[in-house]
Design a protein around this ligand. Sequence first.
Ligand code: ADE
Ligand code: ZN
Ligand code: ZN
Length: 301
Amino acid sequence: MFAIPYLIGGIVAATEDGIINKIHVLSKGGGMSSYSKRQFVRIISVGIIAALMLSPSAWAWGRIGHRVAAEMAESRLSPRALAVIHELLGPGVSLSDISTWADEHRNPSSGAWHYVDVPITESRYDPKYCLSKGCVVSKIADFRRILIDRRADKFKKQEALKYLVHFIEDLHQPLHVADNNDRGGNQTQVRFFNRGSNLHRLWDSQLIENKSHNEQDWLRDINSLATSQNVSQWSKGTPEDWAAESLQIAKKAYCLPGTNTVMPSGTKLDDNYCRMALPIIQTQLAKAAIRVAATLNEIFR
Ligand code: ADE
Ligand code: ZN
Ligand code: ZN
């Protein structure tokens, strides 16, 4: 997403290559400044590299996971919660529309809010792993408090709602809670169907996209998990409990399929790993949806 303007710039520059030698760019003062072709190509290249380095892949469930969980959550809101939320977000804006906002507006100070690094050797979540700058567990509590606060203004509440939905979802991505001294799997390189990737990226998006890019298919699958028994069970607990669940699941994600051996960097993963991971991902997305809805229904009751 981020890289698109740069890529368009690059294509435009390449297309014009044989036609013009000077490219005019609007300068800050409003006048035109001339760049040589070589300078322009260099600027575009730096832009592309910067865009790739800042690419959101390492930050959260990818777009599909966030949007689908939020859409299922919205379908389970009480009439009152739905009314308050639509008043906050404005006409025609859905929970799924705002579910990826926190990744699109990440910055150095909010980056750490999307995860908490609990060592996979731990048996449960411990708040000591939540750094003072905040983590996914503490920020859920912070933004919930803003939504309850009658003195908080509308803008603050809007922002709090966007963060709250996103962070409850991130908390259900197992590798946003667990760590093996590898930044939640970001530094464990893997080969996924013989292409280079890393374990974190697999769980954010690639396992999801490898199954289907179709949000309606995903929505149907995760909705089918919302039996009354599951819903009543999943609606219980606190974000700390949900983090403990994610941690337990992450232990499986870190292991070679069918073993208790943590995978080394360079491990080859394919269908075997997908068969283990996909049911877990479906369940985690369904739980996230149920818990976003339960949290919002409770806040706006
Ligand atoms: N950076 C460090 N740990 C991380 C994690 N668990 N998820 C995403 N980014 C991280
Ligand atoms: Zn992530
Ligand atoms: Zn995120």
